[in-house]
Design a protein around this ligand. Structure first.
Ligand code: TXA
Ligand code: MG
Length: 323
């Protein structure tokens, strides 16, 4: 089999991969757990490419990979428990879901609009070298198409996503072969969101108390379902060609003549650009005095499926608090 984009780990290949990441492209890279599909976590359009490549029908939040703990601390609020876990397990296969810090430059799309972010400092030398060389945080889900198993060898990535990534760094088989353990920490709550390479008992030993359990197995949270998920307080009116008087407008493509507050997801009707702006622009229009946000029609193709999924959830009537 030919794998033209695959390059073995070397100073040169890591350097090339880092330049691709910095220029907004996708690079699959090895970690101690599984191969990740990496993009610059500061660049919303680069992050949108990840969803495009994986063919995810909705925006799941992604794990952000960092070079070290001090870098991680610039993006999220670390509770005492979070600091203890980071001390004990980083670098290594533990992911912490923490409140985003108010001034983090991370794209909103990596969090799929949630107020939290998943952070991890991987132990794999190639992953660390790539993050250091790119000098940006790297958002990376497992490098498999949506609904398939995680890849533990470069050849798996080449088979499944070869035509969708710009480069595959081959660091051999992943030593753990199992995804990172994910722990969610907010206030005093510590919850196991996904079991993985670090056993629950080891985490509980460090925290000196039992971890709570998440409500679901496997993929921890369907973000759109979370009660904590950002839902605008304004009403959304979808597929609106033009806004009515008093409405704000979230446009896509050419802007109709309007008078109220408006933002355009993409003048050029580019779905990747629209995905990159979606969560930020919803928030901004929600902050205006208009009680309804009219939203332009968005095609259901490619990333449009995930964008429309998110918009429909935001437009749906809310269940009562506590439901
Ligand atoms: O070992 C791993 O964790 C690998 C390597 C590449 O680091 N990555 C990985 O990513 O498994 P992914 O996207 O396949 O799984 C990450 C999980 C998803 O189920 C996602 O919903 C959850 O983490 N997640 C990410 N951010 C979250 C957040 N803010 N709140 C709740 N769950 C989150
Ligand atoms: Mg995965």
């Amino acid at each position: 089999m030919t794998m033209p984009k695959t390059e073995t780990i070397s100073a040169d290949s890591v350097d090339k991969a880092a330049r691709l990441i910095r220029s907004g492209r996708l690079v699959a890279f090895p970690t101690e757990t599984v191969y990740g599909l990496g993009a610059n976590a500061l660049d919303g359009e680069a992050v949108a490419r990840i969803f495009e490549a994986k063919g995810r029908p909705r925006f799941n939040p992604l794990i952000v990979h960092l070079a070290d703990r001090s870098k991680a601390e610039t993006h999220a609020e670390f509770s005492d428990a979070a600091k203890r876990l980071a001390d004990a397990f980083w670098p290594g296969p533990l992911t912490l879901v923490l409140p985003r810090s108010s001034d983090t430059p991370l794209s909103d799309l990596v969090s799929a609009g949630l107020p939290t972010v998943a952070l991890r400092v991987p132990a794999h030398e190639a992953a660390r070298a790539l993050i250091r060389a790119a000098d940006v945080p790297i958002a990376a889900p497992s490098a498999n198409p949506s609904g398939q198993v995680s890849p533990t060898m470069a050849a798996h990535v080449a088979q499944d996503l070869g035509d969708k990534v710009d480069m595959i760094l081959d660091g051999g088989p992943c030593p753990e072969g199992l995804e990172s353990t994910i722990v969610g920490l907010s206030g005093d709550d510590c919850v196991l969101l996904r079991s993985g390479a670090v056993p629950r008992e080891r985490i509980e030993a460090v925290l000196d108390r039992p971890l709570g359990s998440s409500r679901s197995d496997g993929d921890p949270q369907a973000p759109g379902m979370l009660s904590s998920h950002y839902a605008p307080s304004a009403t959304l009116r979808l597929n609106a060609e033009v806004p009515k008087p008093g409405e704000s407008y979230l446009a896509f493509g050419p802007m109709p003549p309007i008078s109220g507050p408006a933002l355009n997801l993409s003048d050029a009707a580019d779905l990747r650009e629209a995905a990159a702006h979606l969560f930020d622009y919803l928030r901004r229009l929600d902050a205006t005095s208009a009680e309804t946000i009219a939203v332009a029609p968005i095609p259901e193709t490619g990333l449009g499926e995930a964008i429309n999924d998110r918009l429909r959830r935001a437009a749906a009537p809310r269940p009562a608090q506590g439901a």
